[in-house]
Write a protein that binds this ligand. Sequence first.
Ligand code: ATP
Length: 228
Amino acid sequence: MTVQLQQVTKAFKNGRGIYDVSFDLKPGRITALVGSNGAGKSTIINILINLLKPDSGKILRATSDVRYMPDDIDFPDTLTAEEIIRFLGELKKVPLSEQSELLNKVGLQDAKTMKIGQFSKGMRQRLNFAQSLMGESELFILDEPTNGLDPYWIAHLKSVLKEERANNQIILFSTHLLSLAEEIADQVILIHHGRILATGEIHQLLEGNNCTTLEQLWLQMTRQEVQQ
Ligand SMILES: Nc1ncnc2c1ncn2[C@@H]1O[C@H](COP(=O)(O)OP(=O)(O)OP(=O)(O)O)[C@@H](O)[C@H]1O
């Protein structure tokens, strides 16, 4: 299965949005969606998770099922991590033993009876990550997944994404961090003011544009210079 966007446009009333966006996502590949604030990353993700309907263009894929990690989830403060995982696990038909493994995987086994109101931002983000790992869909989308995570959990998240890649999943994550994209993604989609600047295999894009880093490529393509 691949997921393909062909000339997708979604224009908001204020003229913002995304225009003529085309790219492919492939199994066994990690794709990074990179752009500045307001570039259109969440709009693309919302279209991929069926929250938004594009004005025009095509989305080709075998199934609309998706595993999704939003940039933030407002979990109810009065519930415990275990109650939330039980509830979502039941909806997604995940066995109890797997639910427990998931809490372990994100380091919340010992905190599972604590109420979310007592959780730090990083703990809430880890619970968000755990819920996104539930389910069967091959398509795995993460919106700025490193937000709020400390260095240990960022490293852990990277290793889970690599495991997902080894399991032939289709992985897309958005980020502002070019260095993170360069470190773990195979492909990149660079978006600026709602339009794709470049998309493809990172090493090919760097070679083709005589750049050594994605940061250099980004600055070159957006014609921005950093003051020394
Ligand atoms: N429902 C909406 N109505 C009007 N404008 C919108 C709507 N949703 C998004 N926009 C505008 O579309 C543009 C793209 O927004 P989007 O949230 O996709 O950007 P982003 O790349 O995810 O930004 P950030 O990195 O800040 O999260 C922005 O200028 C935003 O203000």
